[in-house]
Design a protein around this ligand. Structure first.
Ligand SMILES: Nc1ncnc2c1ncn2[C@@H]1O[C@H](COP(=O)(O)OS(=O)(=O)O)[C@@H](OP(=O)(O)O)[C@H]1O
Length: 423
């Protein structure tokens, strides 16, 4: 009562004009704050609307990732496999840094990307000797901050697809081409989990994987799995629905490639011709020599078929991967359920290297060829030995074509007219 009576006293004593002015100023202030908060929510929405669609935070990341990847570069992890001078590496590191800092609206995604590429970055930067360019310093420090505070973006998952073989088939070239795809994240080195490190357990294996965002596939490659007896069962018990990729190459050329690699490390080993035979006069081939045994693909495939249907396996022709990389990549992307993003635009043929290499983004002319351990010059092998090996493999190859339903035409190579034939 007292309150009401004092209010009425107040209104009766204050002139009506002052009361009107007071009310008006209150209304204007209210209107001003309403407009301000509307503006903020417009700004907020801008982050979440992309191409006229209102999307969730996660899908925005995916879409922007696609957008950003179409114009940015990725750094290769493994110096052993990649031909790159330290200057080239510096440029590559810088271009990744640039791409990360290009747009504040993509900063969220960039931080996530930075987290998954942080180890990559530090290794590549270390390899490059951390040559700092003053003009990149702002971007560098922004990236470092981003890397430091976002290492928990994404989750580490067990692989959903593995390149299981074959050694010297072209597995590195395939993996590096796949890594261009924005929806593929792969571990750079070969984990050798299912053959050498199985006792370390699945948690150890998962920890090796890069973090992935929703919609990205985790991958690894270890070519020795294909010839490891215990690998099919072990992989099956980890993930029965896993996708398996096998890059196969003419077993004769593959054997020579394998031998060339060993020879480069141990020049004192006997000649290929000596190692290939138990008894050369009798024409008795030594199929227990690993360089030859690996090429009996039908034999190894049999043990995989006991655990996995063919629909979960994809065979890549190592020969076609050299002469038509985008054609083989289209099939691999289809198999993995990925959009065909890696196409002929991503490759060019490097005459010096004699192989297709990955193109650099438009803002750089640095090529991305595989390293010196890929595409070595093979020693000249006695043509008679080559002929005998072709004969040895022929029935196994036929069996392999039947099992896979694909003809890899390695018999044409005997006459030197097969695609990708190099011996
Ligand atoms: N783009 C490109 N660049 C370089 N090399 C290429 C490429 N595509 C396929 N190849 C062939 O890949 C062969 C090596 O195979 P892998 O990567 O599977 O080898 S390894 O098992 O990982 O050591 C390697 O074998 P060699 O030529 O005997 O060295 C190449 O012939």
């Amino acid at each position: 009562m007292a309150f009401w009576s004092s209010t009425s006293v107040f209104t009766s004593k204050v002139p009506r004009k002052i009361l009107f002015m007071f009310t008006l100023s209150l209304s204007v202030t209210y209107l001003f704050y309403s407009l301000m908060s509307c503006y903020n929510s417009f700004q907020f929405q801008e982050n979440y609307v992309y191409q006229g669609r209102l999307v969730t935070e996660e899908t925005t990341f995916v879409t922007l990732r696609e957008k950003l990847y179409s114009s940015s570069s990725q750094v290769y992890l493994d110096e052993e496999f990649i031909d790159r001078t330290s200057t080239e590496q510096t440029i590559a590191v810088s271009s990744v840094r640039n791409s990360v800092g290009i747009d504040t609206r993509t900063a969220g995604w960039a931080r996530a990307q930075a987290a998954t590429t942080s180890s990559m970055m530090s290794r590549a930067a270390a390899a490059a000797g951390e040559h700092e360019h003053p003009e990149f310093s702002t971007t560098d420090s922004e990236l470092r901050r981003a890397v430091n505070c976002t290492s928990d973006y994404g989750v580490k998952k067990l692989p959903q697809a593995i390149i299981i073989g074959v050694k010297k088939g072209g597995t590195r070239a395939l993996l590096e081409a796949l890594r261009v795809h924005p929806d593929v994240r792969a571990v750079g080195n070969e984990p050798h989990f299912f053959d050498r490190n199985y006792e370390r357990g699945l948690d150890w294996y998962r920890e090796l994987m890069p973090s992935t965002l929703e919609g990205q596939i985790t991958m690894e490659k270890t070519p020795s799995y294909f010839v490891t007896n215990s690998a099919p069962k072990r992989i099956h018990s980890m993930a029965r629905d896993i996708k398996l990729i096998i890059v196969v190459r003419n077993p004769v050329t593959r054997a020579i490639s394998d031998y060339t690699q060993t020879l480069s490390k141990r020049p004192e080993i006997p000649t290929f011709e000596v190692l290939a035979f138990k008894n050369r006069t009798l024409g008795l081939i030594d199929a227990s020599w690993s360089a030859l045994r690996i090429g009996i693909y039908a034999l190894h495939l049999e043990s995989w078929m006991q655990y996995f249907p063919l629909s979960q396996m994809h065979f890549v022709s190592g020969e076609r991967l050299i002469v038509d990389p985008s054609g083989e990549m289209a099939k691999v992307q289809d198999f993995l359920g990925l959009k065909r993003i890696v196409t002929d635009k991503h490759f060019y043929f490097n005459k010096t290297k004699g192989f297709p290499c990955l193109k650099k983004p438009e803002d750089s002319s640095t090529p991305r060829c595989l390293g010196k351990s890929k595409g070595r010059t093979h020693p000249k092998i006695d043509p008679d030995v080559i002929r005998r090996l072709h004969k040895f493999y022929k029935p196994f190859n036929m069996m392999f074509y039947q099992m896979t339903g694909q003809n890899f035409e390695w018999e044409l190579e005997e006459h030197g007219n097969s695609p990708g034939s190099r011996d």
